[in-house]
Design a protein around this ligand. Structure first.
Ligand code: UD1
Ligand code: CA
Length: 462
């Protein structure tokens, strides 16, 4: 039996009070629509149709799922109208079940959707939807059952009587409907309700009127069905997602010094015995090897960190790799394309960009190393700068193995310094330097005896 899927994502999300379409707002570092689609994709539906409307092009771009098809709903006249648009992209010859979900329900898991599909088939239902029981059913659609406990209809909060509003079983917004029934039921929808919209929920009563088997599958885990309608709900779900990641990491042997201030992406891979200090953001697909220590206040995005590295207070690193047993910071900025081979030391106020450092090489203080390749066991002194930019192009600096680069040196790129070179402090290197040399560009030192006393006198001091 085949499944087609329709995901409704055309609405603006008025309650977000945003110019951005609701489904584009981010959760756990990605647009919420991407999360919803990932869960639905686990049912292997064919096709997957996304109904877009508000900011259609941006939503299409954010979906990030190559197999998706899009249906444009313009104007947006309710969830029933949206489902009708989506169905227009499902081939007329399709005879299986159509799965319908809302794009603003990003907490749902594939396991739950599978169980829902299994229950729908086992019961031989023509229309199933997922309901939950809530102590505070808020403004959700209420599930109305008859005396025999059979589902009769769904009534939207705004159209519900006080007695109906007291009902605690609510509609979560996930449906499985036989394609033929869905086609004919959608054709019958009328907008005669409080919001003057076509309600998808009305298909329940229509199917019942035709004696089709209708089932509400009461799910046991209400948290998965939290919808996002406001910034507050978005922030709360972000907190929950983060807490779940943190729990999983701690169970796997990672120490989080202060879990509420550990902001770690779901994609991050963190080996046991890592210690993550307070205020650390680990974004995207970071990988941390065993025993990595992060003291605190770090921002890491797509960074690979080898075993037993130590990141001291205040490290920012992006799209780079840090080899084993390196010591970084405090206050270091490793920009994209930084590759540290291992056993490196990058100290305070050092910025690197597209810089490859061989094993054991150090830059301990106040340097800029950009577009540079540096060998192994080289020491970069305090205040060394690669002068890589001429206003038009970026140029390469190459430095060999076992060099001593003195403090306050400028390497005017393009330039190449060989192996075993000693660069005296204060040198401006403008030409290539051969292996084994001492290189210096010292200005002769001059001294005027007694000058200071004269200077002070001139300024009225003694
Ligand atoms: C809907 C249900 C309600 C249920 C709740 C669960 C209806 C009428 N009501 O209410 O029973 O309890 O979800 O969260 O279905 N959309 C479109 N086009 C439109 C309108 C909406 O694509 O014209 C999309 C929205 O982008 C959104 C989804 O449908 O992703 C749900 O719309 P929303 O307005 O949030 O419905 P609720 O009022 O939450
Ligand atoms: Ca909603």
């Amino acid at each position: 039996m085949s499944v087609a899927a329709i995901i409704l994502a055309a609405g603006k999300g008025t309650r977000m009070r945003s110019k951005r379409a609701k489904v584009l707002h981010e959760l756990g570092g990605e647009p919420m629509i991407a999360r919803a689609i990932r869960a639905v994709a686990a049912l292997e539906p064919e096709p997957i149709v996304i109904v877009v409307g508000h900011q259609a092009r941006e939503v299409e771009a954010a979906v990030g799922f190559s197999k998706a098809r899009f249906a444009l709903q313009e104007p947006q006249r309710g969830t029933g109208d949206a489902a009708r648009c989506g169905l227009s992209q499902v081939p007329a010859s399709f005879t299986g079940d159509v799965f319908i979900a809302y794009g603003d329900m990003p907490a749902i898991t594939p396991v739950t959707l599978r169980a829902f599909l299994d229950a729908h088939r086992k019961r031989g239902a023509k229309l199933s939807f997922i309901s939950i029981i809530l102590d505070d059913p808020a403004a959700y659609g209420r599930v109305i059952r008859d005396g025999g406990g059979e589902v009769e209809k769904i009534v939207e909060f705004r159209d519900a009587s006080p007695a109906e509003r007291a009902i605690k079983e609510i509609n979560t917004g996930f449906y499985l409907v036989d394609a033929a029934i869905l086609r004919s039921a959608l054709a019958e929808l009328k907008p005669g309700n409080a919001q003057d919209e076509y309600y998808l929920t009305d298909i329940v009563a229509i199917a019942r009127a035709r004696n089709a088997k209708v089932e509400a599958w009461v799910a046991a885990n209400p948290a998965q069905f939290a919808g996002i309608n406001s910034r507050e709900e978005l922030a709360n779900m972000e907190t929950e997602i983060r807490a779940a990641v943190n729990r999983r990491l701690m169970q796997s042997g990672v120490t989080l010094v202060d879990p509420p201030t550990a902001y770690i992406s779901e994609q991050a891979e963190i080996a046991p015995d890592c210690v993550i200090g307070p205020n650390v953001q680990i974004i995207g697909t970071c990988k941390l090897g065993e025993g990595v220590r992060i003291d605190g206040t770090a921002w890491l995005s797509n960074v690979t960190i080898g075993p037993r590295c130590h990141l001291k207070l205040g490290v920012r690193a992006e799209d780079c790799s840090i080899g084993e047993e390196s010591e970084i910071g405090p206050f270091a900025n490793l920009r994209a394309g930084t590759e540290l081979a291992g056993h490196n030391r990058i100290g305070n106020f050092v910025e690197t960009k597209k810089a490859r450092l061989g094993r054991g090489t150090k830059a301990s203080h106040l340097s800029y190393l950009g577009d540079a390749t540096i060998g192994a066991d080289t020491n970069i002194g305090c205040g060394v700068i690669t002068v890589n930019y001429d206003g038009y192009d970026k140029h390469q600096t190459v430095i060999g193995d076992r060099c001593m680069v003195g403090c306050d040196t400028q390497m005017v790129a393009p330039v190449k310094v060989g192996n075993d070179v000693f660069v005296a402090s204060g040198t401006t290197i403008v030409r290539d330097v051969s292996d084994g040399s001492l290189v210096l560009s010292h200005h002769p030192q001059r001294e005027k005896a007694g000058w200071m006393a004269t200077w002070r006198k001139r300024h009225g001091q003694r």
